[in-house]
Design a protein around this ligand. Structure first.
Ligand code: C5P
Length: 302
């Protein structure tokens, strides 16, 4: 046990899938993945206060989100209590900035932030490896956000292998005014053929810091399934590609977010080109080396 803390602020980044191949269907209903995830500097924020009672009370800036066990933040808190036998409660205030149902992993990142925040607030002293085990049980992407940075993730997505990347990468993200259900997108995946995309071009170019080559290596197997649900997203991707400013354009996760990889000196021009499409909210984001992170109190993020 460690000394409990009274108020913990945690910032929870978004992710982009730079590569996502579906290797097969599993008996448990999930899909076996090979994906490269990149944490980026767009953040949700959590304020965690420990309580003496047993309740976990969530409040959220986004009224459409549930604040009971329908919210993965509450499920993460309960999973941590279950794992450790801790009998304390908590108040958690969540400020959403990451667009939802956009393939950016916001809910998973919030869950990872909850585990880190409550591990400190309750003075549990779980190691990174122990937190990873709890994270994997809470959701497929949650473990990635504990370490963040750039990682190759396999299994359901919960087996995380950190990658070294040369330099930072700049992206422009377009989030159309509607979301896509991950479950529905996976449900639309047709029969998996034997052909498999390889992550090797992307991995080599990330290690070398080669933007043009990385642009060619971007890939997402879920695009066809999501575009069948929402044909207008294929048009967003094509229109972004036709601007000619991006080294590559790809969907993240199961959508609806579409991102372009930018040449660093053309980041602003790329943002303007994407905004000119009037396809949704536009974010200029950068790769970051970390995942969820405790913040000194009183500091705010962008
Ligand atoms: O694990 P998580 O709750 O984030 O997954 C949401 C849904 O996405 C699952 O219920 C499942 O339908 C689908 N999924 C999948 N294979 C994965 C990850 C998610 O089929 N590897």
């Amino acid at each position: 046990m460690k000394t409990p803390c009274s108020l913990i602020a945690v910032r929870c980044p978004a992710k982009l899938n730079l590569f996502l191949e579906v290797l097969g269907r599993r008996a448990d209903g999930y899909h076996e993945l090979d994906t490269v995830m990149q944490a980026v500097d767009l953040y949700d924020e959590l304020l965690v206060t420990p309580l003496d009672g047993e309740g976990v009370w969530l409040s959220c800036s986004e009224p459409s989100l549930p604040t009971d066990e329908g919210n993965v933040v509450v499920r993460a808190a309960l999973a941590l209590r279950e794992r450790t036998g801790c009998r304390r409660g908590a108040r958690v205030a969540l400020t959403k900035r990451i667009p939802m149902q956009a393939g950016l992993g916001g809910g998973s990142s919030d869950a990872a932030g909850t585990l880190v925040g409550l591990n400190a607030a309750w003075g549990l002293g779980l190691t990174a490896r122990e937190l990873c085990e709890v994270a994997a049980a809470v959701g497929s992407d949650v473990a990635f956000f504990l370490g963040g940075g750039t990682a190759r993730c396999t299994g359901r997505g919960e087996r995380v292998e950190p990658l070294d990347v040369k330099g930072g990468f700049h992206y422009v993200l377009v989030c159309p005014p509607f979301g896509v259900s991950t479950r529905e997108a996976y449900g639309r995946l047709g029969a998996l053929t034997s052909g498999r995309a390889s992550a090797s071009i992307l991995l080599g170019s990330l290690a070398a810091g080669s933007i043009e080559e990385a642009g060619l290596g971007l890939f997402n197997r879920l695009e066809d399934a999501t575009f069948a649900l929402r044909p207008e997203l294929r048009a967003v991707k094509e229109r972004m590609a036709h601007t000619g400013v991006f080294a590559g354009v790809c969907m993240t996760g199961s959508g609806s977010g579409i991102f372009g990889l930018c040449r660093p000196d053309e980041w602003e021009r790329s943002r303007e080109a994407a905004a000119g499409l009037r396809a949704g909210r536009v974010f200029a984001v950068r790769s970051i080396l970390r995942g969820v992170e405790r913040r000194p109190e009183g500091r705010t993020t962008k």
